[in-house]
Design a protein. Structure first.
Length: 132
């Protein structure tokens, strides 16, 4: 793994950097999550996206429990080095709510309106009571 890649990334005080996942062929923004150096290394090595779960303090291998895998097509570092863009091929849904994208609520006329439907039952994805 090239040190030049990590020299360009500015991790925060907790050793994390935000990563935005985008469908590589449509440009659809799917989700935002956090990555540390080890998660980035694993993602670049395996081609399957791995994040860092701040709530569980552990690796979050996207799709490991749900089957909704993200395959990395390209990792892009922004101009300041403080955000990553992951161009991925998303199998199924990206959001734990069962929607294709985590960005499913839009501000319209002073209210939040759901603009993307639930495509899969979250309980079928993760089992009852599971939180991503």
């Amino acid at each position: 793994m090239s040190d030049a890649i990590f020299a360009a990334i500015k991790f925060d005080g907790n050793g994390l950097v935000p990563a935005i996942a985008q469908q590589h062929d449509t440009g659809e923004v799917l989700m935002m999550a956090w990555m540390n150096r080890a998660a980035i290394e694993e993602t670049l090595t395996t081609g399957r996206v791995c994040y860092w779960s701040r709530s569980r303090q552990s690796f979050w291998r996207k799709g490991e429990s749900s089957g909704q895998v993200q395959s990395l097509k390209q990792l892009i570092v922004d101009c300041d080095g403080d955000t990553l863009l992951l161009k991925v091929d998303q199998l199924g849904v990206a959001c734990h709510t069962g929607r294709r994208t985590c960005f499913y609520r839009a501000a319209e006329d002073g209210a939040l309106v759901e603009i993307h439907p639930v495509l899969m039952d979250p309980n079928a994805l993760y089992g009852c009571g599971h939180k991503h």
